[in-house]
Design a protein around this ligand. Sequence first.
Ligand code: SF4
Length: 281
Amino acid sequence: MTSEESLVTQAQNTWCPGCGNFAIQHAMKFVIQELEAEGISRDQFVLVSGIGCHAKIADYFQLNSFYSLHGRTIPVATGIKMANPDLKVICFAGDGDLYAEGLDHLIHAAKRNIDITVICHNNRVYGLTTGQYTPTSPYGYKGKSTPQGLHEYPLNVIELLLGSGATFVSRAYTRRLPHLRRIFREAIMHPGFAHVDVLQICASFFNMTTWYDERIYETSESNAGLFEFACRTAQQWNYNDDAKIPIGIFFKTKKPVLPEKKIKKEVNRSNLVKTILDRAT
Ligand code: SF4
C-alpha cells in the first residue's frame, strides 16, 4: 500500500444516513493520514473490529484489518500486538460487543496495560439487530427486548476502566469532530492501553442528537494525571441522569507496558541460553 492510494475502499457503505459511524471513520482517516505524513507507515496500522454496525469499518478502510468475533476484538488485538510490537493496533468495538460479551477482556487488557487502542462506538443500543438494550442504555429504555422499559441502570464505563487500571481513559462525541480527531490521535500515540468511549449517534434506533448537543461539554484536561480528578469527572454523568456530560481525556498516566518488557526479557533469556551452549561446546 502506498500513501497515494485511497485509505477508503470501494466497498458499498451500508450505514444509515446520519449514523455517527461516519464521523468515527472520517476522524480516524484524518489521524492516520496525519501520522503517515509524520513518518508512521500505513502498513504499521492494523484494525480489528467486532460484530455489529461498527464492524463494517474494517471493510471500508484500505488497511490491514481483522474482522473478528462478537466481544473478541481485544484478544485478537492482543495476539497481533504480542506477535509484532511495532504495529499500531486499533480495536473498533460496539457497546454491546465490548461492554457485554467482551467485558472481561476489556478489564484485563486495561489491567495488563497492553499497548493497543480501543475505540468503543457507544450508541447505547444494539443497532444491527434493530434496537435491543446494551449495558449503557438508560433506565427505562424501550426497545425490541424491553417494550415496557428497561429495569436496569447503565454501567458507568469510565469508572469501570479507571478501576481496572487503564492508563488512558477518555470520552468523545461524534458531533465534535476536531475534538474526536485529537482524542484519537492521543490515544494511538499513548504508550499502553488507551480507551476512547465515543458517544455515537444511532440515527435509526436511539437518536440522542439533541439531548447530547444540549449537555456535552469539553472538560479541562489540565488535571488528567490525577486519579481523584478523573474519578470526580467520571461521576459527573453516569450514563443515565440529566447532568452535563464531560468529554475529553479523564486520565492519563505511565505504567510498565506490554509487550516491550516481556519481549526484551525473552530476547535476553534466549541470549543467555545461547551463551551457555557456546561455552559448553
Ligand atoms: Fe448506524 Fe444505528 Fe444505522 Fe447501525 S442502525 S448503521 S448504528 S444508524
